[in-house]
Ligand binder design. Structure first.
Ligand SMILES: *[C@@H]1O[C@H](CO)[C@@H](O)[C@H](O)[C@H]1NC(C)=O
Ligand SMILES: *[C@@H]1O[C@H](CO)[C@@H](O)[C@H](O)[C@H]1NC(C)=O
Ligand SMILES: *[C@@H]1O[C@H](CO)[C@@H](O)[C@H](O)[C@H]1NC(C)=O
Ligand SMILES: *[C@@H]1O[C@H](CO)[C@@H](O)[C@H](O)[C@H]1NC(C)=O
Ligand SMILES: [Zn+2]
Length: 451
């Protein structure tokens, strides 16, 4: 196995001839080393389709699948996808905030949350006073163009299985009953897989070009017991078994080698035990923060003071208190005006983002005051630079080179990757346009190299 790490660091993603050449050379080496029966005419190109007429992507998200979970227990099916496909060697980087709705929509649109509008799991639009949680299916909240909309806009079928936001009607996407299953936690995972497999029994021209599937595990367990509990190991084993069911179903239909399977998660998970808590009430000598200014406590602290109160003054007072040494764990919370957040977070360019944002240190939680609540659990939502927030990326199928590792990348790159595989014109987004070329094999087209 040859690692193509060197050629794909962030700087080199800018399309220069040298880096592209290096990467191409690296892919050849990978192909040479991973294929015993090396066929010169085909190693550089994607593998041709056998049964399907056009490329298909099955995009699966396992909520809260932290990078590394795949090594907790034998996962033969995940391992098969990795060994025969392409993996982000040190995981997939979520967008900030590392929460479920913002990240699923970044995967679907290629946009940072400030631009796709879902800036948190719940928030208020200050211009209308409307809250996002109550009206999530109103298209006004969802600003980007998700993959399923891109697919149907260009005349192909798309199918979504409870992907957050996929029930929203946008453009030509009307969430058709046959191809759009709403979130229902009572539906056994096996049934969800079988529904997806049934799409491959349709006449070839009706098979959806894109199928997305959302599974709420192992996030559900991670929140309750943290990332290092046997229940997580069980959940991971169960997901692997489900993937086995899917692979077997695709093989039975003779399409497994034709389909692109992309396995991702939205974010990781970190343990929150050991009294790693910060109580805002302890800031009372510096400032009293009314509860109704706070949109979210933890791990991302979101504060929206009324317009006649200076946000800058509040930030100054809070940080004075936190840095005084008199607030418990004060040094593990940093509070910013959103425009002063590190620019790598891309978290300021939207009215929906509160004027004041606090970042808790890894594994710390922010609360108003002491409670009797059980504090040992798991959380996510932290700075996306923390390794514990990373999830997985595994791509398998004709356009993915076999046995190749690529460096970690942000999930906003996935939109371009999918539109490139499907040969569709994508909407404007925050992904790098040269990214698909660096990861995917060029399209197979009767031995003519077209990229
Ligand atoms: C959710 O799924 C269960 C099990 O299939 C079903 O009985 C129930 O009616 C579904 N709920 C909704 C709201 O569709
Ligand atoms: C801000 O406005 C509210 C009502 O609109 C008022 O109750 C409050 O006293 C004002 N605060 C300041 C600091 O002016
Ligand atoms: C915070 O909680 C403690 C312990 O429950 C209580 O004694 C104290 O009065 C509370 N402080 C405030 C400001 O609510
Ligand atoms: C992200 O993409 C949107 C839409 O094209 C654009 O308006 C915005 O400036 C981009 N932001 C960054 C940080 O690239
Ligand atoms: Zn999640």
């Amino acid at each position: 196995m040859v690692s193509c790490l060197l050629s794909l660091n962030k700087a080199s993603l800018k399309p220069t001839a040298t880096t592209f050449f290096f990467f191409a050379a690296c892919l050849i080496l990978s192909a040479l080393s991973s294929s015993a029966s090396f066929q010169p005419s085909r190693t550089l190109l994607s593998r041709p389709l056998n049964k399907l007429r056009r490329p298909v992507v099955i995009l699966i998200s396992c909520d809260g699948f932290r990078f590394g979970y795949q090594h907790k227990t034998p996962t033969p099916n995940i391992k098969r996808l990795i060994d025969q496909g392409t993996e982000a060697e040190t995981g997939l980087i979520p967008v900030f905030p590392t929460l479920t709705f913002p990240n699923h929509n970044s995967i679907a649109t290629g946009l940072y949350p400030a631009y796709h509008g879902i800036v948190s799991n719940s928030f208020t639009d200050p211009n209308t006073g409307d809250g996002f949680t109550q009206k999530i299916f109103n298209p006004k909240w969802w600003l980007g163009e998700p993959l399923w909309e891109t697919v149907v806009n260009q005349g192909l079928n798309a199918a979504t299985y409870s992907w957050p936001g996929a029930e929203v009607n946008k453009g030509s996407w009307t969430c058709p009953k046959q191809f759009c299953s709403p979130f229902n936690e009572s539906v056994p995972f096996e049934d969800r897989i079988d529904t997806i497999l049934s799409y491959f029994d349709l006449p070839t021209s009706e098979i959806p070009a894109l199928v997305t599937l959302y599974l709420e595990d192992p996030d559900a367990q991670g929140h309750e017991v943290g990332p290092d509990h046997p229940r997580i190991t069980d959940a991971v084993a169960r997901i692997d078994k489900l993937l086995g069911r899917m692979i077997a179903g695709l093989e039975k239909r003779r399409v497994f080698k034709d389909v692109h399977v992309i396995l991702v998660g939205d974010h990781g998970m970190v343990g929150t035990c050991d009294q790693r808590l910060i109580f805002l009430k302890e800031l009372a000598p510096w400032i009293n923060i009314p509860e109704n200014w706070i949109e979210r406590y933890t791990p991302l602290l979101s504060i929206r003071p009324p317009p006649n109160v200076s946000a800058a003054d509040i930030v100054a007072k809070i940080n004075e208190g936190l840095e005084s040494g008199k607030v418990g764990n004060g040094k593990y919370l940093k509070v910013y005006l959103k425009e002063n957040l590190p620019s790598r977070l891309h978290y300021s360019d939207s009215d929906r983002i509160t004027p004041i944002v606090g970042l808790a240190a890894e594994g710390f939680k922010v609360e108003m005051n002491k409670t009797e609540a059980k504090e040992c659990a798991g959380a996510h939502g932290y700075d996306n630079a923390f390794f514990s927030m990373r999830s997985i990326f595994i791509g398998h199928g004709p356009r993915f080179p076999k046995g190749v590792k690529v460096p970690s990348f942000e999930n906003i790159q996935i939109y371009n990757l999918v539109t490139s595989i499907l040969n569709l014109h994508g909407a404007r987004n925050n992904g790098t346009s040269s990214f698909p070329k660096a990861v995917l094999l060029p399209r197979y087209n009767k031995n003519v190299l077209v990229s």
